[in-house]
Design a protein around this ligand. Structure first.
Ligand code: DC
Length: 227
């Protein structure tokens, strides 16, 4: 394998398979995977717990000053997990209560500055795969490989439902569909860094692709750049 390291930026709407391909790629290339959405989710959890008023700039700033985020490797699962002020919140941040609020929190300028700054530091040494909404446009506009994933809405809802149902059998498909629709709308229409396909991103619609087919396609792209 070549010593050359690149940055791979993966963007797309909620539940279109970004983290699946990002984790597979990270394993294949021995790269670091950064789930930028987890950072916005952890900040949201902190805001919810501390009743932060998202219309009050002072409260937001003070809250951000108290937040320390870091990703730590779980040796057993080999997965990277999100820590908020030394607490493992990897599972809590996937709950519906966070999903319902995260797009509003992620639309705040101060929150984005806070998160983007840390994300850019994580990319300094390259060898990073980051997924999110603004990675190819704002966080790493010079990433060597940019992917923009898409999938049919019904498929996205079904994938998300299956994932959430394992943890919460009371969840309904309508709730999941509504949450995805709401987040798509807010993420794509917010003023600061809305979800956009970067001009130089390669779009992959994975509605009819298996995980293996998708990986093969993306590895070919990455390996072409690593020669
Ligand atoms: O990828 P996810 O569903 O875990 O992301 C949660 C929310 O965070 C998503 O609704 C929008 C926001 N987000 C963002 O605004 N920018 C990113 N780079 C990643 C996520």
């Amino acid at each position: 394998m070549s010593d050359k390291k690149i940055i791979i930026a993966i963007d797309g709407k909620s539940s279109c398979g970004k983290s699946t391909i990002a984790k597979q790629l990270a394993k294949e290339l021995s790269y670091v995977y950064v789930d930028s959405g987890a950072m916005y989710r952890a900040i949201t959890l902190y805001f919810l717990r501390n009743n932060i008023d998202i219309n009050d700039a002072t409260q937001i700033k003070e809250a951000l000053d108290e937040i320390e985020l870091d990703f730590r490797l779980n040796e057993q699962s080999s997965q990277v997990e999100m820590f908020l002020n030394d607490e493992n919140v990897e599972y809590l941040i996937r709950e519906m209560i966070v999903a319902e609020k995260v797009s509003e929190v992620a639309a705040l300028g101060a929150v984005r500055d806070f998160a983007v700054n840390q994300q850019q530091k994580m990319g300094q040494r390259k060898g990073v795969i980051m997924d999110g909404r603004d990675i190819g446009t704002v966080v790493f506009p010079h990433a060597e490989l940019k992917l923009f994933l898409t999938a049919d809405n019904a498929v996205r809802v079904e994938r998300r439902f299956k994932e959430l149902y394992q943890k919460n059998p009371n969840i309904t498909i309508e709730e999941v569909a509504h949450n995805i629709e709401m987040r798509d709308y807010i993420d794509a229409n917010r003023e600061i860094s809305p979800l956009r396909k970067a001009k130089d991103a390669i779009e992959i619609n994975n509605t009819h692709l298996t995980h293996e087919e998708q990986l093969e396609k993306v590895l070919e792209l990455a390996n072409g750049l690593l020669k």
